[in-house]
Design a protein around this ligand. Structure first.
Ligand code: HEM
Length: 241
């Protein structure tokens, strides 16, 4: 994709991800949140957080299967929006449902176990958000950054279980989320197991067969320094392959 088109698409995605929050704010302003506005706001932000977590998890498989490397540019945006909606979800619960009472929140957690699961999901997202900048990727180094960002799987699993646990009767929707998450995690497991398989073909033959003559900047950076998967370089970096 051309640089100008990519910049425009990034802006489009960035603005569109804010739509659930904007609609919620608009409806709240116009007193259109129904009979139980606090519950409505909690459910809307919770669902948005979960959807963005799933989108974050979808980016890498989609990119690998489709070969569209520019998709990776959206992963950080989706991840940060997931964190934003999860924070809003918690803050609405804490401020409006529990009236900013820490003891009230903790006693509610003791009663409703799904709140503990949800809080685990939110807590593991904190280091992910903090280390999402390019500077932090450099500071941590590729291996450590990637290991840390596997916490995204924990957040997604916790989010889905939290959703399933709090549903009263119809479990179809949380089960559908579980199915999607199982596919996304299963894909990663298959890739991991394939990479670990003993190499039967001589390594130099494999390299020659696999490497196209000209790689896109994202792939160059990806192979050279895997932690930078989502960093879009302005121009092709001059790095050894
Ligand atoms: C990764 C973090 C989290 C995610 C992805 C998440 C997601 C969700 C989802 C999808 C729902 C159901 C929405 C619906 O039915 O449409 C929900 C409900 C809810 N969540 Fe969370 N949540 C998270 C963390 C938290 C935390 C930290 C708290 C508070 C400590 C919390 C409190 C609640 C409450 C009170 C409900 C509504 C239950 C009800 O009244 O029916 N969640 N959440």
């Amino acid at each position: 994709m051309k640089e100008a088109n990519l910049r425009f698409t990034k802006l489009l995605v960035l603005v569109n991800c804010a739509v659930p929050a904007a609609l919620l704010a608009w409806d709240a302003w116009n007193h259109q949140l129904g009979a139980n506005p606090v519950k409505f706001a909690i459910l809307t932000t919770g669902m948005s957080a979960l959807v963005f977590l799933m989108l974050t998890m979808l980016v890498t498989p989609l990119r690998k299967i489709s070969g569209l490397n520019w998709i990776i540019s959206f992963r950080r945006t989706f991840g940060l929006y997931a964190f934003f909606y999860a924070c809003a979800h918690f803050l609405i619960f804490f401020a409006l449902d529990r009236s900013l009472s820490i003891s009230g929140t903790l006693s509610e957690m003791a009663k409703r176990k799904y709140l503990i699961v949800g809080s685990t999901g939110l807590l593991v997202m904190v280091p992910l958000a903090v280390t999402s900048t390019n500077a932090m990727i450099k500071r941590l180094g590729g291996k450590r950054w990637r290991a840390l960002h596997r916490l995204a799987y924990v957040a997604a699993v916790a989010g889905v279980i939290h959703y399933y646990m709090q549903v009263k009767a119809d479990t179809r929707q949380p089960l559908a989320f579980m199915g999607v998450l199982a596919i996304l995690l299963g894909y990663r497991l298959v890739v991991y197991l394939r990479q670990r398989r003993p190499n039967k073909i001589p390594s130099n033959a494999r390299c020659k067969a696999n490497l196209p003559k000209k790689l896109s900047p994202t792939v160059v950076l990806d192979r050279t320094f895997p932690s930078h998967e989502h960093v879009e370089p302005k121009s092709p970096p001059n790095l050894p392959l």
